[in-house]
Design a protein. Sequence first.
Length: 70
Amino acid sequence: MTRKRKFTASVWREGKWFVAQCLEVDVATQGRSESAALSNLADALALHFDAPLATRAPKVRSIEIAVRAA
């Protein structure tokens, strides 16, 4: 099921590039124009929320460490 969700973006210029950063999720992009930076941010957010698809099954391991009591 797909649903739409609105996000807030902060956009600023750095040299010749525009940077777009999502304020709700730690995702940022850049583009040569403000609209390009926002379009790239929309693409990056869509990828951020896509479920990961592993090409190989991950190996899950347990580790044990010594932790000093505080």
